[in-house]
Design a protein. Structure first.
Length: 214
């Protein structure tokens, strides 16, 4: 859970608490400017803010590349989060596509993450009192991750789409004059509010090669 007020892009430093449904802090997220001018998002365990478990960097200001760079612990390269306007992103490990994220409502940061075989890995959006998980955190953005999926990697990618995009993925400014790219996942399934099965929860697992663990 994250307070909706914290999901507003800023040009300055940002510190975000990621909470469990009871309000207990599980992870810490931060957004700042790197020395080369890039915006960088990092997620770390509580008390280990200097040792991020996942990092995502926006390209340098002069770059026209439509993707974000994804790194694991110690800055080890993982892959890239490729933007497909107006409302889609593909996570690649190296060149292999491993996850697609649909931004079904940019204004509310509603998102659905799907594996390459179409399985739903996670859903996120305002805590409107629906779904399998309720929360004691008011006015919160709620992330539900299927058991066995990599919650840290998925949450970092979703937060990057919300906070690192200059115009916001899915907004008219982000897609103006651009043609949506072809997706290795096939046609977009469109907006989805399908709930995850009972037992689905946010579990702060470490980053792995793919969002779904075996």
């Amino acid at each position: 859970m994250i307070s909706m007020e914290q999901l507003v892009p800023s040009s300055g430093s940002m510190s975000i608490n990621i909470l469990g449904t009871s309000g207990r802090k599980l992870l810490h997220a931060s957004v700042d400017n790197a020395s080369d001018g890039r915006r960088m998002l990092a997620i770390a365990s509580v008390g280990c803010e200097d040792d991020p478990r996942c990092l995502i960097n926006r390209p340098p200001p002069e770059s026209s590349m439509p993707h974000l760079e994804v790194q694991g612990r110690y800055g080890k390269p993982y892959g890239k989060l490729e933007m497909l306007p107006p409302n889609r992103a593909i996570l690649r490990c190296g060149e292999e596509p491993v996850m697609a994220i649909e931004v079904t409502s940019p204004s509310e940061n509603r998102m659905t993450a799907n594996a390459a075989d179409g399985r739903i890995l996670a859903t996120a959006g305002p805590n409107d009192g629906t779904g399998m998980i309720q929360s004691d955190v008011p006015n919160a953005w709620k992330l539900q991750v299927r058991p066995g999926a990599d919650a840290v990697l998925i949450s970092t990618c979703m937060l990057a789409l919300a906070l690192l995009q200059p115009a916001g993925l899915g907004s008219p400014a982000a897609s103006h004059g651009r043609t949506p790219g072809a997706s290795p996942y096939g046609p977009s399934p469109g907006p989805s509010d399908r709930a995850l099965p009972p037992g689905a929860q946010y579990s702060p697992a470490g980053s792995s090669r793919a969002p779904s663990r075996r």
